[in-house]
Design a protein around this ligand. Sequence first.
Ligand code: MLT
Length: 308
Amino acid sequence: MVAAHVYKTIDALPVDAHPMTQFTTGVMALQVESEFQKAYDNGLPKSKFWEPTYEDCLNLIARLPPVASYVYRRIFKSGKSIEADNSLDYAANFSHMLGFDDPKMLELMRLYVTIHTDHEGGNVSAHTGHLVGSALSDPYLSFAAALNGLAGPLHGLANQEVLLWIKSVIEETGSGVTTDQLKDYVWKTLKSGKVVPGFGHGVLRKTDPRYSCQREFALKHLPKDPLFQLVSKLYEVVPPILTELGKVKNPWPNVDAHSGVLLNHFGLSEARYYTVLFGVSRSMGIGSQLIWDRALGLPLERPKSVTM
Ligand code: MLT
């Protein structure tokens, strides 16, 4: 259950505040129920820190879908919330509360949540969760910090940017875009000093496997969708251009290059919301990492600072 004050706190924000701001505010409002903080204040020994961390992470993960769907319905569906259906699994129930019950959309949400759960510890959100948690900030505080990292356009917000960019291609060229028109548009984007969102990655040096499994889903369920066909064309057009540019270590598409067109196909077309879906999913990776951090008694993280 989510306490009423959480929704009231979100309601205090302007309805057009970015969905990530509303979501993270909801997470901060959930924090008042932290078991870790209570136990710490009561003198819990270090060897037992992992126990209330575990409780907090389970509570947090369980409460995110109602909070996230409340944000979605508040902004895009005139505030009409949908009750949870506890006969459904986690991802399907989340989709249901958002207002999407098509069985294929439920399956998509299962895929979506699974592939966004974690991506080892070095990405901005996972690392931030670990860093803030190393100060013994409880899981709510640590996860809210991680979400603020995820909200950056070079990290989780890229999934929003991709769909907006794809729609801008269609606006400029019309729906029957040719390969040459697409190449021109990619060059235009790069020459204006911007990146092609959804391509490249900090550590991957090949097509992101999370891209590939979404592509498989699309080939199976929506092969004729015009936006999917455009995404497919980009897969052919963008990597050679980025390679020609010479500066890019990885010209291949990443997870964000694909997710928007799938969600859009099933009616979840509000790109500004996409990073919230990413955030809900990543709670499982960050939460499990925090439990291990406390179980292993990992120390405060304090990198050496170097004068520049
Ligand atoms: C992620 O899933 O966090 C992204 O692929 C970014 C990264 O791993 O650095």
